[in-house]
Design a protein around this ligand. Sequence first.
Ligand SMILES: [Zn+2]
Length: 212
Amino acid sequence: MKPYWVKTHWFIKKLFPGYIWSVKSTKKTVYLTFDDGPIPKITEWVLALLKENNIKATFFCIGDNIEKHPQVFEKVVSEDHTIGNHTFNHINGWHTDNKIYFKNIEACRQAIIKRTDHDSKLFRPPYGKISHSQTKEVRNLGYKIVMWDVLSADFDRYITPEKCCENVIKNATNGSVIIFHDSIKAFTNLEYALPRVIKYLKENGYSFGTLA
Ligand SMILES: [Zn+2]
């Protein structure tokens, strides 16, 4: 069995109501999110595809990648996508001391502020792993913690690109927060799945929103 669920179970959502799993909506709106960028070529490929389809999305950026690839980051910002915090070093909350964890989030926040003049209050914990006490503190700092409803599993090199595409098409519904990765690791699956997912959702009457 795979160590993840493609569709977040309602029970998990009920058990952890302090996280955003999906947006309560009767409208046919979905929310595309991209984690782990910005990465040259890959993030730019995503941006071009989104532009072509007139879609705005939410990018949960790694602070270290913002520092390494500031021009790519600025492109994401200038094309009016929403930016979220994904820590500076992509650290796992379950294995990290709280003080170090909060410092890492703050370092990412500073990297974002430096280039946007905008203080992002969206946070997605790497691997979706964050402890109870970390959750409490991060929320006290004013962040909304965003998880997901549909996992494309584009990062999984043991699935085919077709399966990655199907993961989203079969599970997306009104208000779904869908997660992809603008990373090197995910690109084989992403390159195949993303254009097809967008095409399918558009043909089925969905529009695309950004998280706020
Ligand atoms: Zn990540």
